[in-house]
Design a binder for this molecule. Structure first.
Ligand code: NAD
Length: 279
């Protein structure tokens, strides 16, 4: 059974990475995909690849930090298509660095996109879906939303919040025919590593220290859609993500060595990068 055929789907952060791969896979499955992103050129490129192959993909320039624009997009999609079956609140950004080096502006930027962006999308879609009596809200959190992630604290803060929002809303929404899922991937090969802000550290050094090899993004999109089709509450992958999550729930101290190693590795890089004068 193909749950996505002829369904109307909004994907935010669709110009790159997971959002783009989700849009491609959804199109392949026959969905009408409204690809939304703040990156105009990337969006056009991603969408034209789809429409050239006959997919029913549309684009919408969208900054998810603007509540009125998110609402307007959802209203337009419902007015154009008569329904909204799925929204993937997926746009996200990252800042890597130690808490002692972060400004409030770093915090605000991450919270605005990763948390307020998801709240705006969830809030507007939920009202519409309750009215129509069906729909599925899929919020991209992260493994960093299940397991504490030193050196990524604003990011991890927003992702824990997205898991809380999604799992709590799921219980309220069920009776109205609305499903809610939180997606919690480990490392995925996407543009997020290029787009991230690195404080007293460098991208290449950070990538070299990743404890796990990033997963191929198309494979990630297929895993996410399989979980969504099964209406899972939380989709956690790859396998090491499930192990870390399980260890943390068993006893918090069990993942302490991983957290300690992350801090130690980062501090070695931090010292070096400070010595070289980068920030
Ligand atoms: P990406 O950088 O490849 O894609 C993110 C997209 O979001 C970009 O196209 C960007 O233009 C868009 N975006 C950023 N700010 C926006 C805004 N204000 N309004 C609209 N669009 C905006 O990164 P990705 O890895 O594909 O990230 C997608 C989601 O997956 C994020 O929420 C991220 O936190 C999450 N995630 C990623 C990983 C990973 O390892 N890549 C792991 C876990 C979770």
């Amino acid at each position: 059974m193909n749950e996505f055929k002829d369904k109307t789907v909004i994907v935010t952060g669709a110009a790159s990475g997971i959002g783009r791969a989700l849009s491609e896979e959804l199109s392949r499955k026959g969905a009408i995909v409204i690809m939304a992103d703040i990156h105009r050129d990337g969006l056009q490129q991603a969408a034209s690849k789809l429409t050239e192959s006959g997919a029913r993909a549309e684009t919408a320039y969208l900054d998810v930090t603007r509540a009125e624009d998110v609402q307007a997009l959802i209203d337009k999609v419902i007015s154009d298509h008569g329904r909204l079956d799925y929204i993937f609140n997926n746009a996200g950004i990252a800042v890597a660095g130690e808490a002692r080096d972060l400004s409030l502006d770093h915090w605000r930027r991450v919270i605005d996109v990763n948390l307020w962006g998801v709240i705006y999308g969830t809030n507007a879609a939920y009202s519409a879906m309750v009215k129509q009596g069906f729909g599925h809200i899929v919020n991209t959190a992260s493994l960093a939303g299940l397991v504490g992630s030193p050196t990524m604290i604003p990011y991890s803060t927003t992702k824990f919040a997205v898991v809380g929002l999604s799992t709590s809303l799921r219980a309220e929404a069920e009776e109205f025919g609305v499903n809610v899922t939180a997606v919690c991937p480990g490392f995925i090969q996407t543009g997020i590593f290029d787009a991230a802000t690195y404080i007293h550290s460098r991208k290449d050094d950070m990538l070299a220290k990743l404890p796990f090899k990033p997963m191929d993004v198309d494979e990630a999109a297929r895993i996410i859609l399989r979980g969504v089709a099964r209406n899972k509450a939380i989709i956690v992958f790859p396998f090491y993500g499930r192990v870390l999550w399980w260890l943390q729930r068993l006893h918090n101290s069990l993942i302490k060595p991983v957290a300690r190693k992350t801090v130690k590795d980062f501090r070695e890089l931090r010292t070096e990068s400070k010595a070289k004068g980068s920030s």
